[in-house]
Design a protein around this ligand. Structure first.
Ligand SMILES: Nc1ncnc2c1ncn2[C@@H]1O[C@H](COP(=O)(O)OP(=O)(O)O)[C@@H](O)[C@H]1O
Ligand SMILES: [Mg+2]
Length: 385
């Protein structure tokens, strides 16, 4: 079956569409689905849409009519993206898995009107996408995991495990999107020994600093960071913060590393050269990943050798150099997701194609050891044509 996966992450940079072929070696219930990558395309959000998405995310105040409009508008844009990809590669999906745009995610329970709740909200109306594309669609993957006691994230380990597990080599799979998250798969491990959590900022603070100080969306090819000096003092102060110390499973978003964090970060850097602030934001990502590995992954879980990187951060050479320097003493070698048959930018979108396939076949697709859920859950909601 050809399935389209549609992802738009916390960077709010745009829409990634992956087309994959999913086959079953044996009966759906017992066999493991295998995924074959076919095509990927990326569509940046138009400027005003990006602005509206960023304004709505994590906002204390928003207009309800505008949120309803945004949901239907994103539905149209997701559909356009799938249709354009199909045309471009002369392929046709039979099912779509659409993550949607997260406007708010609170994986930890907190009291609200007398009840303890963990909540999440992905927008982008599935019925619109299904209707425009003309095939059924699965959306809203996270709530079912949270209803089962999980944090609703990360969900990509369901793809990472079959794709990267190895009998002899332990592998860490690191995605660097707006937020950075890792999946640890020890050598020869069963699915219930997979660990996954958010390590902290990915590109979010770099992008935030670039916007405030240079009026740019991101630090293209890491050029500005590459010409600045890292302020180690600022990084070690920040790394003493509660998020970095908290044990996994844990999730982060704009709630932790969004505009408030960025403003405070710039203040902490004081009046240094603007390029140093971008270099420091970039180093924060590299150092917080290495720190998470040392604290939570390498010590209790045994030996790892490969470190597989995906997401937009893999396109930032300064970040990748800093990361390589951090990982060398840990005995890890960096490999690109592309070496395993899945282009690094396409991985998250491909994961949501696989999750949709599971749901369509009434099969679970959360990894309870990664999300903290009490049980496997069938994720998502189906929109029929
Ligand atoms: N050539 C590049 N140089 C530097 N950074 C890049 C480059 N390409 C992408 N990025 C970074 O990757 C981010 C997008 O990553 P992505 O994986 O799409 O994140 P998300 O899943 O949060 O949308 C951009 O906002 C930018 O910071
Ligand atoms: Mg993106």
């Amino acid at each position: 079956m050809i399935v389209a996966g549609v992802m738009s992450g916390t960077s709010a940079d745009g829409i990634n569409v992956a087309l994959v072929r999913i086959t079953h070696s044996s009966r759906i219930r017992t066999g493991t689905p295998s995924l074959h990558f076919l095509a990927h395309a990326e569509y940046p959000y138009p400027k005003q849409v990006r602005r509206a998405v960023l304004a709505a995310m994590n906002s204390a105040r928003a207009s309800v009519p505008d949120l309803a409009r945004l949901s239907f508008l994103l539905g149209e844009l997701y559909a356009d993206a799938v249709l354009a990809t199909q045309r471009r590669f002369h392929l046709k999906a039979e099912l779509v898995g659409c993550h949607g745009q997260t406007l708010y995610h609170q994986g930890e329970r907190a009291s609200f009107l007398g009840r303890d709740l963990a909540v999440t909200w992905q927008t982008g109306e599935g019925a619109v996408v299904a209707s425009r594309v003309g095939v059924p669609l699965v959306s809203d993957f996270r709530p079912a995991d949270m209803a089962a006691g999980g944090k609703g994230a990360p969900l990509v380990p369901f793809l990472d495990f079959p794709l990267y597990r190895d009998l002899r080599v332990g592998r860490i799979v690191q995605n660097i999107g707006g937020i950075a998250n890792l999946t640890g798969i020890p050598a020869g491990a069963a699915a219930n020994r997979v660990m996954a959590f958010d390590t902290g900022p990915g590109n979010m603070v770099i992008d935030g600093v670039m916007l405030r100080l240079f009026g740019k969306q991101y630090d293209r090819d890491g050029r500005i960071a590459g010409s600045g000096a890292v302020l180690d003092r600022v990084i070690s102060d920040i790394m003493r913060g509660p998020f970095f110390r908290r044990k996994p499973p844990k999730t982060a978003g704009r709630e932790e590393f969004g505009s408030e964090f960025t403003a405070e970060f710039i203040k902490r850097c004081r009046r240094v050269d603007k390029r140093d602030i971008v270099a420091t934001a970039t180093a924060l990502t590299a150092k917080s990943i290495a720190d998470a590995l040392r604290r939570f992954v390498l010590r209790p879980a045994g030996r790892y050798r490969d470190f597989i990187v995906s997401g937009g951060g893999a396109c930032n050479p300064t970040l990748m150099d800093m990361l390589a320097n951090e990982l060398r003493p840990l005995g890890l070698r960096i490999r690109a997701s592309d070496e395993f048959g899945l282009p690094s930018e396409a991985k998250e979108a491909a994961a949501f194609a696989l999750l949709a396939y599971q749901t369509w076949n009434r099969q679970p697709s959360n990894v309870p050891s990664a999300t903290g859920a009490r049980r496997p859950a069938i994720l998502g909601k189906i929109s029929y044509v």
